[in-house]
Design a protein. Structure first.
Length: 226
């Protein structure tokens, strides 16, 4: 009898160990969830703080959590170059290099086709849109100019900082996941919401005054012409 109880006890211990390793009776669902950053934590922890941006980010990326490519991004350099920018010094043909402000993708993977990038660069002005370009995007009311397709969105906003005390234009670009049908209007609205959220965060970090950026989800508007 004692031998039988010993064997039963050993079997129970092994079963308990296997159960703990597999995540219990739920088939491991409790431990197989990918770990990573939430929607409100990506992109320097302020990218999608409001409800509209959080919903847009989850819809664009298919949920969460996310992995953040901080090592491959240059947020501080991007902000520093914006602080130093002076349009009066640029030659007519000069276009400043854009910098990757943040980059992230679903924590479970998916490769470059499912990533999202935010890029920043100073600009001389909001360029408007030529008629042939206006047909391919939707414009929105935010900053100086804002528009989106199903693969990218752009927001231009004016920034006057206290130091240096001159005004610049900031170009904020969001490049979203590939493979979305170009005629999908919801994807355009999601991407412009994310670009606007990123622009608002950058404006806050720079201390910009009167940036004219929309709160939450920007509204569609007529195309500005170049």
């Amino acid at each position: 009898m004692r031998s039988a109880l010993t064997r039963l006890g050993a079997a129970a211990a092994v079963a308990a160990l296997l159960t703990s390793c597999s995540g219990g009776n739920d088939g491991g669902a409790g431990t197989n969830e990918p770990s990573g950053l939430s929607a409100t934590e990506v992109c320097r922890g302020g990218f999608a703080q409001d409800a509209a941006a959080t919903a847009a980010l989850k819809a664009v990326m298919g949920g969460g959590p996310f992995s953040d490519g901080l090592a491959e991004s240059e947020p501080d350099k991007a902000l520093d170059e914006l602080r130093k920018a002076s349009p009066e010094q640029w030659a007519a043909s000069y276009r400043p290099e854009s910098r990757r402000y943040c980059w992230f993708w679903p924590a479970e993977g998916g490769g470059s086709e499912k990533d999202l990038q935010v890029q920043l660069s100073p600009a001389k002005s909001a360029p408007g849109l030529r008629p042939e370009h206006a047909k391919k995007v939707t414009s929105y009311a935010s900053g100086l100019q804002a528009y989106a397709s199903s693969g990218f969105s752009r927001v231009y906003f004016s920034c006057r900082m206290k130091a240096p005390a001159h005004e610049i234009v900031v170009e904020t670009v969001v490049r979203g996941p590939a493979g979305i049908p170009d005629a999908d209007p919801d994807q355009r609205t999601r991407l412009i919401t994310l670009a606007n959220a990123a622009a608002r965060q950058v404006s806050k970090e720079l201390g910009c005054e009167k940036d004219g950026l929309a709160t939450g989800m920007p509204s569609p508007t007529a195309h500005p012409t170049s």
